[in-house]
Ligand binder design. Structure first.
Ligand code: ADP
Ligand code: AMP
Length: 215
């Protein structure tokens, strides 16, 4: 299975990807995570991407598509891939088709997480993650069960993304509307789009995604 999780920033793509990895042994390919790792390691790609990411704009198609290309090529043939935060433009969608074909894969499903735009700023400004294992949390909607301790690894260190502030979120939403939402109709024509209500609780959304994948 090769699937895209599509939805605006804060829709729950990372949260649901983590669940799919755990439940089905799939691999999450998040261009945002790859770029943040490159920024942290101060690679040439990271140095180029940092300012763009801090503004909430999109990094070049060439950079993100080559990250996906490298990561997909390194996967075992039998393992399913979840594309999280990629593709985000029409050019990336075309790149993905080529990259999948080159690797003997094809796209099975595009799952759109439908969310209320008004809820997204709150979701994003409340987002934090474990500094050790990356587990995702939210101040009110999904806090660790023991305050200050990661449920997954027990670490007591957490971090917040520098781009998770209200001003940058608005730019990221505008980028989504202008460049990412328009790629959906192409997938609809191929008959591979399914929608889930991303405003439901995390477990309900996960159940809806599993039901789609089981069809
Ligand atoms: P994305 O990867 O689409 O940007 P995330 O998965 O990082 O979104 O989720 C954004 C924030 O919203 C996180 O803090 C996460 O814990 C929280 N969240 C995710 N899914 C839900 C949900 N169904 N209901 C409430 N909060 C959620
Ligand atoms: P995300 O973690 O998906 O919210 O992405 C964080 C930031 O990384 C975005 O605001 C962009 O600046 C950049 N980014 C991530 N994925 C892509 C992509 N597919 N195309 C362009 N920029 C991306």
């Amino acid at each position: 299975m090769n699937i895209i999780l599509l939805g605006p920033p804060g829709a729950g793509k990372g949260t649901q990807s983590a669940g799919l990895v755990e439940r089905h042994g799939m691999k999450q390919l998040s261009t945002g995570d790859m770029l943040r790792a490159a920024v942290k390691a101060q690679t040439p790609v990271g140095l180029e991407a940092k300012a763009v990411m801090d503004r909430g704009e999109l990094v070049s198609d060439e950079i993100v598509s080559s990250l996906i290309d490298e990561n997909l090529a390194a996967m075992e043939a039998g393992q399913g891939a979840i594309f999280d935060g990629y593709p985000r433009t029409a050019a990336q969608a075309a790149d993905l088709d080529r990259i999948l074909e080159k690797n003997g894969r094809s796209l099975d499903r595009v799952i759109e997480l439908e969310v209320d735009v008004d809820a997204l700023v709150e979701r994003i400004t409340g987002r934090f993650s474990c500094a050790n294992c990356g587990a995702l949390y939210h101040d009110t909607a999904n806090p660790p069960s023991k305050e200050g301790v990661c449920d997954n690894c027990g670490s007591t260190e957490f971090k917040r993304r520098p781009d998770d502030n209200e001003e940058t979120v608005r730019t990221r939403m505008a980028e989504y509307r202008a460049k990412t939402a328009p790629i959906l109709p192409g997938y609809e024509e191929r008959g591979i789009v399914s929608r889930v209500n991303g405003m439901d609780g995390i477990d309900e959304v996960a159940g809806a995604i599993d039901a789609i994948l089981a069809k």
